[in-house]
Design a protein around this ligand. Structure first.
Ligand code: UDP
Length: 234
């Protein structure tokens, strides 16, 4: 069917059902606002498989998501939504841009999780914003911001426990949300949750098991994604 959108890591296609889209996971990796790019065999398959496991688990815990069903190695069916132009980031431990911005050593745990928003705009470099910016940019109402934060914290609690059972520490992650195309008052979790969008450290060794291996040229990039999937399948 028709391609309707192509992003850095995924493509979206229409299906016979106007409310359902097919999401194809690509093999490309990007970092630093796509300044760094490369293709990795199996990346699409691994991120699709990991996202599927996580979304099914979240659905079981009562989190509403866009997931409809599995299709094949690299495709999922998802409900059509209009994506809010916000990246919702939850942090349990200082890392990445937090450490850089605040001068706090990577690995410093927080007393409570931090929720933050970035405005999705590549030309602006996805700037850090607050609820008032989100409202004035027309990205989300205050009520929606409150819902996003609440949902993000529930997802965080659920994911921390889930990854811990697989011997991984959830350092931080990014999620995106959408309003249902056929009911804009309902917000659901959309996009992916994978080692591309989470920081995961091995509990015992602290080994990085996420996209930081690509960002920092650490090697064994797809090998650790394979390991994340294998641990979640156990
Ligand atoms: N993240 C993401 N997409 C983005 C920005 C961040 O998936 O466009 C994820 C990132 O992988 C990490 C978390 O969100 O798990 C926090 O990222 P941070 O703000 O530290 O930015 P980064 O260091 O990735 O620039």
């Amino acid at each position: 069917m028709e391609p309707i959108y192509e992003g850095k890591a995924k493509r979206l296609f229409t299906t016979e059902d106007p409310n359902v889209l097919r999401m194809e996971y690509k093999d490309s990796a990007t970092a630093f606002n796509a300044l760094k790019k490369a293709d990795f065999e199996n990346k699409g398959r691994l991120n699709k498989a990991i996202t599927l496991i996580i979304y099914r688990m979240l659905e079981e815990k009562g989190v509403k998501t866009h997931l409809v069903s599995d299709v094949d190695d690299i495709n999922l069916l998802v409900t059509r939504v209009s994506i809010l132009p916000l990246e919702v980031i939850v942090r349990n431990v200082a890392a990445g841009s937090f450490s850089k911005r605040m001068g706090i050593t990577e690995g410093t745990p927080f007393q409570k999780p931090i929720v933050e928003f970035s405005y999705k705009d590549d030309a602006l470099g996805d700037p850090f914003i607050n609820d008032d910016y989100a409202r004035e940019m027309g990205a989300a109402t205050q009520e929606e911001c409150d819902v996003l934060k609440k949902m993000a914290l529930v997802i965080n609690d659920t994911l921390i426990e889930f990854f811990l059972k697989a011997n991984m520490r959830l350092i931080d992650f990014k999620v995106e949300f959408g309003r249902l195309a056929n009911d804009s008052s309902t917000i659901v979790l959309a996009d992916e949750i994978s080692p591309d969008t989470c920081r995961l450290w091995d509990v015992e060794t602290g080994k990085k098991m996420d996209k930081d291996r690509f960002r920092q040229d650490m090697g064994d990039f797809m090998e650790v994604y394979e390991e994340v999937l294998a641990r979640l399948q156990k």
